[in-house]
Design a protein around this ligand. Structure first.
Ligand SMILES: Cc1cc2nc3c(=O)[nH]c(=O)nc-3n(C[C@H](O)[C@H](O)[C@H](O)COP(=O)(O)OP(=O)(O)OC[C@H]3O[C@@H](n4cnc5c(N)ncnc54)[C@H](O)[C@@H]3O)c2cc1C
Length: 463
């Protein structure tokens, strides 16, 4: 029986074990199919708590995992019979409006950041929903509505405060531990526990959206039109195309509610009047539901929040091109998606500032498209069907794939996918950084970068 009294004695936050009230509520992730059960959940309130929890895990021989928003589809933020550093109480957001920076606690969600920055008409790129953790999303890259204008979330990092596996506290920035700072631009939770992030903010006084829906059988023509629209779109335009189940909203024609629909969301870092002109080719393509409006960015950010309490399986692929045959296969695949359900079948356009970023770990930043099957369902009997759907879509689009993908959009798809996500040269450089900052591979739950000093085929990750 594990004795956590020594940890409780020095810990400022709460320490939960399986017998404690609130343990199960603290354990459960966004993807409820993940049943991993840790021995201890340490709810950290300070960097000192993080140090103490890591030291306790080391002394007790417990594997460790780090949890913020709990959105890892593979359950990387839990570890079987190990210790979870739950960062959610470290959720402060401090905006320095004049300096255009925000200091964000390692366990904050994007909703908290967006609300705090909105008050000053500034923003930085976050994820597409408000409940995702800043920690996991940013360290893994960070794709969102503003990316074509301001880059990925990680591109806006000015510094990161971390506690390393050996308890050292370091700040990584362009001038301090620059090798570590480089690795934190997509290398994920492999290097330490981030207790605070400092982001660059941008002026965003006006923001608008066009949400357009068509019945599924018009999807192929809509997807072609959307592809052509994006090819000429300025960086202010973001968004994506999604197959989804028609939502029960006022703007929906009743016959499309609960039906498979093809939707386009066009986001615009500017006013509605400009968007109306820019999006004219789509507005003229006879959508059956149209919402065209100015909206505070922070409001859009929580408009599409996915419901928790479902089972999830996703995959993704970078596409070099989207010719008509790729469009046909993408659209055909929507019919295999588990629906009616919150599942989505997305095409995200990259380009703009995403492609212009410098020499960071993520490879293929210049791809024009990311395809992202996002399976969300309730019945465990559909588990296999959802998996097959995601994989068949990837297979169908292989002729246009780079063979790599954005790792935050996939679960555990094996070590080769991790290497491909960075490319062999960047992976080797990341492995060197890992050997310096986490030589014992303590942080191995997210897509694992194995320290250069360790042979990859000898590594067993904690469960
Ligand atoms: C509904 C939904 C929407 C999403 N939308 C987007 C999107 O728009 N854009 C996008 O890029 N991704 C998106 N994702 C994917 C998401 O970025 C990843 O799943 C990410 O890992 C989630 O981060 P988290 O903190 O919520 O997750 P967690 O499950 O809490 O953490 C995942 C991993 O991140 C690391 N980590 C988290 N916090 C810290 C920290 N403070 N210090 C060190 N390591 C840490 C750990 O290794 C951990 O295992 C979405 C996921 C979901 C479920």
């Amino acid at each position: 029986m594990l004795d956590v009294s020594a940890l409780r004695g020095v810990f400022g936050g709460t320490v939960l074990t399986r017998d404690d009230d609130g343990f199960e509520a603290a354990r459960v992730l966004f993807n409820i199919a993940v049943e991993t059960s840790p021995a201890v959940i340490a709810r950290c309130t300070t960097a000192e708590d993080v140090r103490q929890a890591l030291a306790f895990a080391r002394r007790s021989g417990l594997p460790a995992a780090v949890r913020s928003g709990g959105h890892s589809v593979a359950g990387a933020s839990l570890v079987q019979d190990g210790l979870v550093l739950d960062m959610r109480a470290m959720d402060s957001v401090t905006v320095a409006a004049d300096a255009r920076t925000a200091a964000v606690g390692g366990g904050a969600t994007w909703g908290a950041v967006d609300r705090a920055t909105q008050a000053y008409s500034v923003a930085t790129t976050g994820g597409r929903v408000s409940t995702t953790g800043v920690g996991g999303l940013t360290l893994g890259g960070g794709s969102g509505w503003l990316e074509r204008k301001f880059g990925l979330a990680c591109d806006n990092l000015l510094s990161v405060d971390l506690v390393l596996a050996d308890g050292r506290e370091v700040t990584a920035s362009e001038t301090e531990h620059p090798d570590l700072f480089w690795a934190l631009h997509g290398g994920g939770g492999n290097f330490g526990v981030a207790t605070s992030f400092t982001f660059r903010l941008h002026r965003l006084p006006e923001f608008s959206i066009a949400l357009l829906l068509w019945p599924h059988d018009e999807g192929e023509a809509v997807t072609r039109a959307y592809r052509d629209f994006v090819a000429d779109a300025p960086d202010e335009i973001g968004g994506g195309l999604l197959y989804l189940t028609g939502p029960p909203e006022e703007f929906m024609p009743p016959h499309l509610v609960g039906q498979l629909c093809c939707a386009v969301l066009v986001t615009h870092a500017g006013p509605e009047a400009e968007l109306r002109e820019l999006a004219a080719p789509l507005l003229e393509a006879d959508p059956k539901a149209t919402v065209l409006t100015d909206i505070p960015y922070a409001d859009l950010q929580c408009m599409l929040d996915d419901p928790p309490g479902f089972r999830n399986y996703w995959s993704a692929e970078y596409l070099m091109d989207l010719p008509d045959e790729a469009v046909r296969r993408f659209c055909a695949s929507a019919y295999e998606m588990v629906y009616p359900s919150p599942s989505q079948h997305a095409l995200w356009p990259w380009g703009g500032a995403v492609a212009r970023a410098g020499d960071w770990p993520m490879r293929h930043r210049d791809v024009p498209w990311v395809v992202h099957p996002f399976g969300v369902w309730a019945d465990p009997a559909d588990d296999e069907r959802a998996r097959r759907w995601a994989h068949r879509l990837r297979d169908a689009l292989q002729p246009w794939s780079t063979g790599a993908t954005y790792l935050n959009f996939i679960g555990d798809e094996g070590a080769d996918r991790v290497v491909a996500g960075f490319g062999a040269a960047n992976y080797a450089r990341l492995a060197q950084v890992k050997a310096e900052y986490d030589p014992d591979n303590v942080f191995n739950r997210w897509h694992n970068i194995v320290p250069a000093t360790v042979r990859r085929d000898t590594v067993t990750r904690s469960g």
